[in-house]
Design a protein around this ligand. Structure first.
Ligand code: SDX
Length: 432
């Protein structure tokens, strides 16, 4: 069979080259343009990476038109129903579901790493109580990158495994300590006998009854699982680019956390609740906000809506919607979060019937309902993106590991379309 290729012809010079087409298992095949400059003298240009594949990956697959998401081939719905965060973390890292002994060893390695350097508490303590927790979180990761700086050996498998475990187990403990701090509580001690989600809930809310702890840990575990990976999103691409310079994995994760923080990415979960609160407290109705989101003169957008890849309902949003329903029902009907949930459902209903949103294929994304569940659990609003980062740490380290073992591993270095001045002579200040 003939090799697949795309032939491109330069209309000016008449030169023609063949570019190889690489087969993907699913989704569009990709054109390898790495010889474009050498053979034809051009670069490709794609601001926002609309049509650019930046790497080869076997971790996560998204079919945006069908609204499907698979981790290592397993549909997210099935994992959310039958698996848990720890097992899913193993799956994302290892390309297979663990056997009993493999899961037990992995869980033990994780819980043995809950005990992180307690100097991190000193770092947290220097921040003002009203500092944004995402800023505190990056500082804590910076501390870890200093602590482990002398050991950096990214080509060494056991170094990578140790860093992976330290990060997946340590970031939730750091997150719980940040929560303890902003809620003015004592720093809690992690419990090695329980899972990451149970330990996070137990450390965050030590005064809950056992029944409340079980209920909240279950919801939290699914939220973690749903946020664990999402292929080459902005923060994961940041971790890959940062890690490609062979920097410390702790520093690369700090870069990922900073990118996730923005309101058009992971920060949207916090922005959704701000928006719902604003609607609840305003004398304007939901239609007014739908019109405002459509108005190009206004910067307001429907937070938690739209996605670069999904042109259908984000499957994670469907699952979180269901959890929100069940969780709020289980708490009690007078739960103060019910009105926010009702507004969210009304917004969704109006948007999904509105020509503006329909024609642009704008649907609720993962962040639309997650804040409602987190609020019901008692997590302060400023911590929502920290929860996202805690869970996404698994995906970030899975991608970091995959990238380093890639046969094409080299530093990432995008090019540019230069539109600045041509060579210009310096003028002394009096002559300008
Ligand atoms: C996450 O990439 C990932 O995988 C991310 C993520 C992950 O798990 O890692 O899934 C997590 O980041 C979820 C997204 C959270 N962000 C938000 O909810 C913020 C609100 N949404 C948007 O800002 C926006 O939809 C993005 C950022 C999510 C996507 O941006 P794109 O792909 O650049 O799309 P676009 O801005 O070019 O929008 C296309 C059109 C535009 O209108 P036209 O210029 O064509 O007339 O749709 C409009 C946009 O103005 N539009 C919206 C809208 N989102 C897009 N209009 C109103 N409200 C919105 N929310």
């Amino acid at each position: 069979m003939k090799d697949k290729k795309i032939t491109i012809k330069d209309g000016q010079s008449g030169n023609e080259i063949d570019l190889p087409v690489l087969d993907s298992i699913l989704g569009p095949n990709v054109v390898d343009i790495s010889s474009l400059e050498k053979d034809l003298g051009y670069l490709s240009h794609d601001p926002g990476f609309i049509a650019t594949s930046s790497c080869e990956s076997k971790i996560t697959y998204i079919d945006g038109n069908e609204g499907e998401l698979w981790y290592r081939g397993y549909p997210i719905e099935e994992l959310a129903e039958k698996s848990n965060f720890t097992e899913t973390a193993y799956l994302l890292l290892n390309d297979k579901l663990p056997k009993i002994e493999e899961l037990s060893n992995f869980s033990k390695d994780l819980s043995n790493s809950y005990t992180i350097d307690s100097s991190i508490k000193k770092i947290i303590n220097v921040f003002n109580k009203d500092s944004h927790p995402m800023a505190i979180m990056t500082a804590c990761l910076s501390f870890l990158s200093a602590k482990y700086h002398a050991d950096i050996d990214i080509q060494n498998q056991s170094y990578r495994y140790k860093s992976t475990i330290n990060l997946i187990a340590g970031v939730p403990v750091i997150s719980a300590w940040i929560l303890n701090y902003i809620l003015d509580e004592n720093f809690q001690t992690p419990n090695k006998k329980i899972s990451i989600a149970e330990n996070f809930v137990a450390m965050s809310f030590p005064n809950l009854t056992n029944e409340q702890k079980v209920l909240s840990s279950k919801a939290m575990d699914i939220i973690f699982l749903l946020h664990a990976d999402h292929e080459q999103n902005a923060s994961t691409s940041t971790v890959r680019l940062s890690g490609s310079s062979e920097t410390s994995p702790y520093a690369a994760i700090a870069a990922g956390i900073s990118t996730l923080w923005g309101p058009t990415h992971g920060g949207a979960n916090e922005a959704v609740i701000n928006m719902l609160e604003e609607i609840k407290n305003s004398d304007k109705d939901v239609e007014y906000y739908i019109d405002k989101a459509k108005d190009k003169e206004n910067s307001f957008r429907l937070m938690g809506f739209g996605h670069r890849i999904y042109k259908n309902y984000d499957p994670r949003a469907k699952i979180i919607h269901k959890i929100a329903h069940e969780y709020l029902d289980m708490l009690d009907s007078k739960n103060p979060n019910k009105p926010l949930f009702d507004i969210a459902m009304k917004l969704e209903k109006y948007a999904l019937e509105d020509e503006y949103f329909v024609s642009r294929k704008l649907y609720p994304n993962v962040d639309f309902y997650s804040g409602i569940v987190l609020k019901a659990i008692g997590i302060p609003q400023s911590m929502y993106t920290v929860i996202f980062a805690l869970a996404r740490t698994v995906g970030w380290v899975a991608h970091w590991n995959e990238m380093i073992q890639d046969k094409n591993f080299r530093i990432g270095r995008p090019r540019q379309l230069y539109t600045g001045k041509t060579k210009t002579s310096y003028k002394d200040i009096e002559e300008r």
